[in-house]
Design a protein around this ligand. Structure first.
Ligand code: SF4
Ligand code: SF4
Length: 432
């Protein structure tokens, strides 16, 4: 089978401190959960208050406006207080703290399967909205909004993104292995909600081609055409821009007309399945936990709202001197400021690093080697931008094109924080 890749830049990315594909454990249920209630950019209005008892899966915050999603209690218990904190990007967050009490209504219980095929597209969209289903890889954009935007296209292909170009995405792989049929049915449900979807494409990195075959086999009885496209695994192949480029090459080579793409990962598809078939909001997710500062790397099934400090404790605690904790990939993730920050719906990895693992260890002056230019997939000159930013000169051109992949940072022999500096300025400009 052919393999399709984006044309230039990128690099193979390995990290021996990430967990292995098969090392999956259940995290303990947290005695205290911190359930995020939106942030200063996404408004969620609490509908319960301090002292109230909440049930597992109960609506506790109602979304208001674009970008916000409903919030549910992920454990049964009592709301003890409301807290706020600022994240590494200086964005303020609110959250309810829930003390675990009472019985679980959904944990380990079999629920009757809801027959979704007779449900209208608009009712499916409403179910996504009611259950607070969001993109679970990065942006936490509400699925209902993505579906609504998809319906406005003339023709759409739903792309199931199982591209593992980064070892910290291993939780996606574990989820697919455990719930492959639910990933596929979740895709069929989203396709139906979108109306305009004419086919489902499983985009799987070449190294995981057996997973691609399994997805295809699991989709044999769907009422919609499906196909498998094998991609390269040079980082950042999974990124929407680079994945779309590879898919356009496939489209041209196969003489197809795929229309626009709606790209979704396995976690949101399983969440869509659970919402529609089991009437369940997102209560938990798989997270890859590791890094040089952590005793034991493992993939964990973790309740949303579990504090990062509790997760680390369950991995045996720290070994060596902790320098930094990142949620997401070390190349592009967000810095954790407090160990009480919770696992969120989009937290696919937690990386605890000693100084040796942080990219800006032992910074030196730029030696003009040009490596950062070679690996930049969007054709920027990171060292030029970095030098100008250091002099407080902010140009506009790179702001939209840099997608923060971090390739420039990882290859820099002088260990300069290229992508971090560029992204910080980009965030600053967005907030201004
Ligand atoms: S400049 Fe931006 S897009 Fe280019 S390699 Fe660096 S982070 Fe990636
Ligand atoms: S990779 Fe680092 S040292 Fe080389 S040109 Fe870019 S900024 Fe300079």
């Amino acid at each position: 089978m052919n393999k399709y890749s984006f044309p230039k830049g990128g690099l193979p990315y390995y990290d021996s401190t990430a967990p292995s594909k098969t090392n999956v454990v259940n995290a303990f249920l947290p005695a205290l959960s911190v359930i995020p209630l939106g942030n200063s950019m996404k408004k969620v209005y609490p509908i319960v208050s301090q002292g109230e008892q909440v049930r597992e899966g109960m609506l506790i915050g109602r979304a208001s406006g674009a970008g916000a999603a409903n919030v549910h209690a992920t454990v049964p218990g009592r709301i003890t207080r409301k807290v706020s904190w600022k994240d590494g990007d200086n964005i303020e967050h609110d959250a309810f703290v829930i003390k675990l009490e009472g019985a679980f209504e959904k944990l380990g219980k079999r629920s009757e399967l809801f027959q979704w095929k007779g449900v209208s597209a608009y009712d499916l969209q409403r179910i996504f909205s009611d259950h607070g289903i969001v993109e679970m890889e990065n942006t936490e954009k509400p699925l209902a909004e993505m579906v609504s935007a998809g319906r406005k296209k003339d023709k759409l292909a739903l792309v199931v993104r199982c591209v593992i170009d980064d070892p910290w995405l291993v939780a996606d792989y574990a989820l697919c292995q455990e719930r492959i049929k639910d990933v596929v049915i979740g895709a069929a449900i989203v396709a139906k909600a979108c109306v305009k979807v004419k086919q489902i494409i499983f985009a799987v990195s070449y190294r995981e081609k057996e997973l691609g075959q399994k997805l295809l086999e699991s989709a044999e009885d769907l009422d919609i055409p499906t196909s498998l496209v094998l991609t390269g695994y040079r980082y950042p192949q999974r990124n929407s821009r680079e994945l779309e480029m590879a898919l356009r090459i496939y489209e041209k080579k196969e003489n197809l007309n795929l229309g626009s793409f709606l790209i979704l990962g396995p976690a949101v598809l399983v969440a869509a399945y659970d919402a529609v078939v089991h009437n369940k909001p997102v209560l938990e997710r798989f997270v890859a936990v590791g890094g040089t500062a952590l005793k034991q790397a493992q993939i964990m099934r973790i309740r949303i709202g579990t504090r990062i400090g509790d997760v680390i404790e369950q991995c045996g605690g720290f070994t060596g001197k902790l320098e930094r904790i990142i949620t997401g990939s070390p190349l592009s993730g967000r810095e954790v400021i407090h160990l009480d920050e919770p696992v969120t719906k989009s937290c696919y990895a937690i990386v605890a690093m000693t100084k040796t693992q942080t990219a800006n260890h032992g910074q030196q002056s730029c030696i003009n080697c040009g490596e950062c230019r070679v690996v930049c997939p969007v054709g920027l000159d990171p060292q030029y931008i970095y030098k100008r930013l250091k002099k407080n000169i902010v140009d506009n051109a790179w702001r939209t094109s840099c997608h923060g992949c971090g390739c420039c940072k990882i290859v820099c022999p002088s260990a300069l924080p290229l992508s971090e500096t560029i992204l910080d300025k980009k965030q600053e400009a967005l907030r201004a």
